[in-house]
Design a protein around this ligand. Structure first.
Ligand SMILES: O=C[C@H](O)COP(=O)(O)O
Length: 248
């Protein structure tokens, strides 16, 4: 059976002191269960969080990485640098990276390959804009992101991959996809994985929903059959809110 993953994406929020304070409070209210929990934090907070979560089963993730081994890429971070800290996950291809930092399906694909080589589990983000949904292109857009993003990714890698369906129109807007809409797309994503790698792999791939997940809607979303977790932005910043989602 798939173990659901609820991951916080802190985006560009929290200093190291604030991250440590979050970890201290969260550990007090967190109880380990059959839900995997992770916090994807800014690069400078990853080491502190690994240290703070030592002895727990809470995982730590980055929000981006470069696809090159090393080189003259000012401001970038390599997979080996994340691996050295012991980072478990890395979000790849978040829509904010695609929209604001010119991330393409090609760079997403290169990053996925590098993450796997470093033993880091990628959380591959896909999702359509409002214009694309209104034009009835949501399924084509998501399929294309998957097919291009997963080029030459093996079945063994696809089995451990996490995919996050994040409709751009539901991110940070307070507007959530309905549980049915989210479930429909997550089911479609599983069908695409089935088409690429077969049913055994598709049954194992974790498919999350992300976009304005909060304590008040987490239960309904998490209870949908095709949804194996959530990628939570704003509501992951406050321990007392995030724990309610984790304990949906
Ligand atoms: O990665 C997380 C998503 O962008 C969702 O963010 P949000 O929960 O603040 O809407």
């Amino acid at each position: 059976m798939r173990k659901p993953l609820i991951a916080g994406n802190w985006k560009m929020f929290k200093t190291t002191e604030e991250a440590k304070a979050f970890a201290a409070s969260f550990k007090k209210i967190y109880e380990s269960s059959d839900i995997q929990v992770a916090i994807c934090a800014p690069f400078t907070q990853l080491g502190a969080l690994k240290e703070a979560f030592k002895g727990t089963d809470i995982k730590v993730g980055a929000q981006n990485m470069h696809f090159a081994e090393e080189g003259a890429f000012t401001g970038e971070i390599s997979a080996a640098m994340l691996q050295e800290i012991g980072v478990d996950y890395c979000i790849i291809g978040h829509s904010e990276r695609r929209q604001l930092f010119a991330e393409t399906d090609e760079t997403v694909n290169k990053k996925l390959h590098k993450a796997f080589l470093a033993g880091i589990t990628p959380i591959l983000c896909v999702g359509e804009s409002l214009e694309e949904r209104d034009a009835d292109r949501a399924f084509d857009v998501v399929k294309s992101q998957l097919v291009k993003g997963l080029e030459e990714i093996t079945a063994a890698q696809a089995e451990v991959l996490v995919i996050a369906y994040e409709p751009i129109w539901a991110i940070g807007t307070g507007r959530t996809a309905s549980p049915e809409q989210a479930n429909e797309m997550c089911g479609f994503i599983r069908d695409v994985i089935d088409g690429l790698y077969g049913e055994i792999v598709a049954d194992k791939t974790i498919i999350q929903y992300g976009g304005s997940v909060k304590p008040s809607n987490a239960t309904e979303i998490m209870n949908m059959e095709e949804i194996d977790g959530a990628l939570v932005g704003g509501a992951s910043l406050v321990p007392e809110e995030f724990i309610q989602i984790v304990n949906f």
